[in-house]
Design a protein around this ligand. Structure first.
Ligand SMILES: C[S@@+](CC[C@H](N)C(=O)[O-])C[C@H]1O[C@@H](n2cnc3c(N)ncnc32)[C@H](O)[C@@H]1O
Length: 606
């Protein structure tokens, strides 16, 4: 009964809940159901009825959903799978073989059976037994209702796709026109680790990231990406197509890795669809479609809208040795794509905001639990977060943070004697530190933080939020003679001299930089602006094009007493340095080195 209720729409469950609100006995319930749907003796006994009432509780429905979360379960509505097949048909493609690696409730298999009349075989794999049965009965129903439909041989396996051996299908279909179809799970390995799930390929580090990359998020991948790569490994040399729904980030990664993986694919296209409308999901996704069996050695993906697949909106991919989000736009900006003379830094990471982030009220510090605290000021610094970076100048903070270390890995034993109040406060709340999930904190001194170093204490900073769609840079001033800090959603450059900060701000907010960023950033990513992206801004080259007068105009939105610090003399001195002096800034901290990893052959930019 539990599984059956799972297949009922939430709106139906809601009306059942209100219908059964006043019903006490199973006889009463059966009478009422007889009137509602004509079924006699709906519940066989009192036990059936009580179980039904228990299962109607929202907690059961939610816990089932949770169970399915680890399987990235977003079943494709048949209207969408039908449309995918019709797009392929319109292109004149009539497959003989269909492979669906995670068929779920089978909507792609059913659509393919309806659309492709030359199919000889269909192969499908699905881990979840109820869906395996659901699909079998749905196919049975399709042929009962349409006895004259072309009937291929259908092989359905209730297995884990990561354990499944596709080689026999691969060998048996080398001479046929193959279509790999479907919608692999939408879940990342890090979400799976939060769920303590083992629904992962055995080679979970399949991109061979080193330990630190894995720690800083680069090792995070979608299992859907792994499954599409599995399909390419088995079928790229066949004649045919792949047409699979995937998050845009997955498609971007596939194209990014293509020069390395070198699969024989061409005509790559991402057809953007409305995920909210089809899946009620708030993630950007597309139908990824490509031709199998030959490579054009052009690592570019066209982008179109699902409803007008023949109109190319833009193209992304490799433009020479650079990975870009818009090939056309990039054309005009490529002169500025180089290496930033300064090191962009990510702000402070501590994963303990309730304890380490403070506000002030009537001169007292308040933590995330609204507790009033008396703490030593020396270790408390103003903190700027992404949501604060909205104006060109930030002179006053909303929040504060306790800095337990001045550099990564510093011993924190000094706190006990020198800062007894802070030490007691942190020790009283130590469980919030020990419960931090990220492995970066393992084996590190108590109350460790990351993204901290000499550079954090530079008085003037130019900062950007990594999360926002539009690139906007702000000047951050010191507050009460202490440098302000940024949180780990932000990136910044630090300066000792306000004039250097102002010059850099003008260059970054110029249209040259903005156009370059538009051409290289993927704004639908969770974090469009990354350190890798910002490190590509060739500030000196842009300054050459911009010139002093234009730069000065760009600072006109700042108060005069601030903007006047950028004089022509300062401008000339700054560029006379030609970046050489800045080389000393290239002292990477442990944390930052990891996030600035270079691709072995191409410049890493995502
Ligand atoms: C996004 S849903 C899509 C289902 C179906 N392809 C469709 O388009 O409606 C992903 C499916 O992958 C299945 N799945 C998740 N992990 C799997 C695994 N390791 N092996 C096989 N199937 C898996 C889930 O049960 C779920 O049905």
């Amino acid at each position: 009964m539990k599984k059956a209720l799972q297949n009922i729409k939430l709106s139906t469950l809601d009306s059942l809940r209100s219908h059964f609100h006043h019903i006490q006995t199973f006889k009463e319930a059966n009478n009422s159901l007889m009137q509602l749907c004509g079924i006699n003796d709906f519940f066989r006994n009192e036990h059936d009825f009580l179980l039904f009432l228990e299962l109607l509780e929202p907690k059961h429905i939610i816990s089932e959903d949770m169970e399915r979360r680890e399987f990235g379960d977003f079943q494709t509505p048949s209207i969408l799978s039908d449309l995918v097949c019709s797009i392929l048909l319109k292109e004149g493609f009539t497959p003989e073989i269909v492979v669906e690696p995670t068929f779920g409730k089978g909507s792609f298999i059913i659509s393919a059976l309806k659309a492709f009349q030359k199919l000889k075989q269909v192969y499908g794999v699905e881990i979840y037994e109820p869906y395996f049965w659901f699909t079998k009965f749905a196919i049975l129903e399709l042929f009962v209702e349409n006895p004259h439909l072309n009937k291929p041989s259908i092989f359905l396996y209730c297995e884990d796709v990561f354990e499944f051996d596709f080689s026999h299908i691969e060998k048996a279909t080398t001479k046929e026109k193959v279509l790999v179809l479907g919608n692999p799970p939408w879940v990342t390995n890090s979400e799976l680790s939060t769920l303590n799930s083992s629904n992962l390929p055995t080679k979970s580090n399949f991109k061979s990231y080193n330990g630190l990359d894995a720690i800083t998020g680069k090792g995070n991948f979608d299992i859907g990406e792994y499954i599409i790569l599995m399909m390419l490994k088995s079928f790229a040399k066949h004649c045919g197509y792949i047409a699979m729904l995937a998050k845009n980030s997955v498609i971007k990664n596939l194209i990014f890795d293509l020069p390395k993986t070198n699969y024989d694919i061409s005509d790559m296209t991402a057809l953007r669809f409305d995920t909210k409308a089809y899946f009620n999901a708030s993630v950007e996704a597309s139908l990824f479609k490509c031709r199998l069996g030959r490579s054009s050695h052009e690592y570019i993906c066209k982008v179109s809208l699902f409803d007008s697949p023949n109109v190319v909106e833009s193209e992304f991919g490799w433009a020479g040795r650079k990975f870009v989000s818009d090939v056309d736009l990039y054309h005009d900006s490529k002169a500025f794509d180089g290496t930033c003379p300064f090191i962009w830094r990510q702000g402070i990471k501590h994963d303990c905001s309730k304890i380490l982030e403070l506000e002030t009220m009537d001169g007292k510090y308040i933590n995330g639990f609204n507790e009033e605290l008396t703490l030593e000021d020396d270790l408390i610094f103003a903190l700027i977060k992404s949501s604060d970076i909205q104006s060109p100048l930030i002179a006053k903070p909303r929040k504060f943070t306790i800095l337990t270390q001045k550099k990564v890995g510093e011993d924190t034993k000094y706190l006990e004697n020198k800062f007894p109040n802070i030490y007691k406060y942190l020790t009283d709340n130590i469980r919030f530190f020990t419960e931090r999930r990220s492995s970066i904190y393992k084996g590190k001194p108590s109350f460790s933080i990351f993204g901290i170093g000499e550079y954090s204490f530079k008085p003037y900073k130019i900062a950007i939020s990594g999360l926002y769609k539009k690139p906007f840079f702000s000047l951050i001033l010191p507050y009460k003679n202490k440098p302000m800090m940024l949180d780990d959603t932000c990136y910044f450059l630090g300066f000792d001299d306000i004039s250097e900060a102002l010059i850099t701000l003008a260059i970054l907010n110029s249209s040259y930089t903005q156009d370059l960023l538009r051409a290289i950033t993927f704004i639908d990513a969770k974090r469009p602006y990354t350190k890798d992206m910002l490190m590509r801004i060739n500030l000196f080259k842009i300054a050459d094009y911009l010139g002093f007068e234009n730069a000065r105009r760009l600072l006109s939105n700042l108060p005069d007493d601030i903007s006047q610090n950028m004089t022509r003399e300062e401008w000339d001195v700054f560029f006379a340095k030609d970046g050489k002096e800045q080389e000393e800034q290239f002292q990477y901290s442990l944390f930052e080195k990891a996030s600035n990893r270079q691709h072995p052959t191409f410049t890493q930019s995502i």
